[in-house]
Ligand binder design. Structure first.
Ligand code: NAD
Ligand code: ZN
Length: 350
């Protein structure tokens, strides 16, 4: 088959690789119908994620059709169309049972850092992908849910909801500011309303992304490049600061923006993947009684979010802006990587 292979920082190629096969009775092999690119793939290609080995097939989001199942798979059969969770997990080990399946301990040499597709095991930017623990890591795709909506459930909708809204402890009436209106930031904005946020402020350098944000639930937009960005945010909160600030970029400057604009007693939920250390001025954070959270998505809310997508209760249609064939995957990366010029958000591939 063909797959997109990582060859170290800055280097990737769409090339021939051996087809994946069932290795354990709990595996399935899925023909990828639609995959996409995430900001995390760009971090990997920049060299920000050194745990990704050279030779790894990239990609952790996908919708596909099962072509082979292991002997003990019960929930799925050949021919089923499924959503692939970005992290496979056994759902029985101590970390899975304590709500952190992204740290699944079931062993295949991944030493307790889970089964992250396109990172610690081969991923979905390929014609075929092997999925460990298929029963708990694949989700039946309901009739009527298009691939362009389903693909958001592999990673970004659960990430935005779990790591932004739930870790940020959004409550009814809250003002939530989201720095970074890329797909992940937009997923936070699209799901903040589930817990009753009263105001959702989208903050980005790119005006086009702020405009997009308004179509998925942001009530206000602030340009991160404006000298008075913080005054604009404070003006929306009677001068107190936001209840929840969500970092969805992954650089020290935007983390700092979050701690700067949150009210005393508020929450900063870091979602971005950081390639460099962030300064933590505890002398200021301590006295502000802040709660700071961060984490890797667990995908434990995928099934719940899928129900809402099926009922058209989440604004998912704004996300996928471009579609490419597998043989155009390098063009897809170029388009996704230059969003300011191309206005790309999520690019569907397949
Ligand atoms: P993206 O690159 O598409 O979007 C980032 C956005 O940030 C862009 O709109 C960009 O214009 C904006 N931005 C850049 N610099 C800025 C600045 N100084 N101020 C304000 N805005 C700025 O990325 P994405 O796919 O939306 O992912 C966002 C982050 O979430 C990435 O770091 C990604 O790795 C991370 N992520 C984390 C998890 C997790 O499990 N925690 C899962 C998936 C993605
Ligand atoms: Zn587990």
């Amino acid at each position: 088959m063909k797959a997109l292979v990582y060859h170290g920082p800055g280097s990737k190629a769409w090339e021939d690789v051996p087809d994946p096969h069932i290795k354990a009775p709990t595996d399935a092999v899925v023909k990828v119908d639609t995959t996409t690119i995430c900001g995390t793939d760009l971090h990997i290609l920049k060299g920000d994620v050194p745990s990704v080995a050279e030779g790894r097939i990239l990609g952790h989001e996908g919708v596909g059709t099962i072509v082979e199942v292991g002997a003990s798979v019960q929930n799925h059969k050949v021919g089923d169309r499924v959503i692939i969770a970005c992290i496979s997990s056994c759902r029985v080990c101590v970390y899975c049972r304590s709500g952190n399946p992204s740290h699944c301990l079931a062993d295949e040499g991944t030493s307790g850092l889970g089964w992250i597709l396109g990172h610690l095991i081969d991923g979905t930017q390929a014609e075929l992908v092997r999925i460990p623990f298929a029963d708990s890591s694949l989700y039946a795709l309901p009739e009527g849910v298009p691939d362009e909506a389903a693909i958001l459930l592999s990673d970004i909708l659960p990430t935005g909801f779990e790591m932004g809204v739930q870790y940020g402890a959004v409550k009814p009436g809250d003002t939530v500011a989201v720095v970074g209106a890329g797909p992940v930031g937009l997923a936070v904005m699209a799901t903040a309303g589930l817990y009753g946020a009263a105001q959702v402020i989208a903050i980005d350098l790119d005006e086009n992304r702020i405009e997009k944000a308004r179509s998925v639930g942001a009530t206000h937009g602030v340009s991160a490049g404006a000298a008075d960005w913080k005054d604009q945010v404070l003006a929306l909160t009677d001068g107190y600061g936001v209840d929840v600030a969500v970092e969805a970029v992954g650089i020290p400057a935007t983390f700092r923006m979050c701690t700067d604009m949150v009210r005393p007693g508020g929450h900063v939920a870091n979602v971005g993947v950081h390639g460099h250390p962030v300064e933590l001025p505890l002398q200021d954070l301590w006295i502000a009684n802040l709660t700071i959270t961060t984490g890797l998505v667990n995908t434990t809310t995928l099934a719940m979010l899928l129900k809402l997508v099926k009922q058209e209760k989440l604004p998912v249609e704004a996300f996928v802006t471009h579609r490419f064939g597998f043989d155009q995957v390098l063009d897809a990366y170029a388009t996704f990587g230059d969003a300011a010029a191309t206005k790309a958000l999520k690019v569907a591939i397949g």
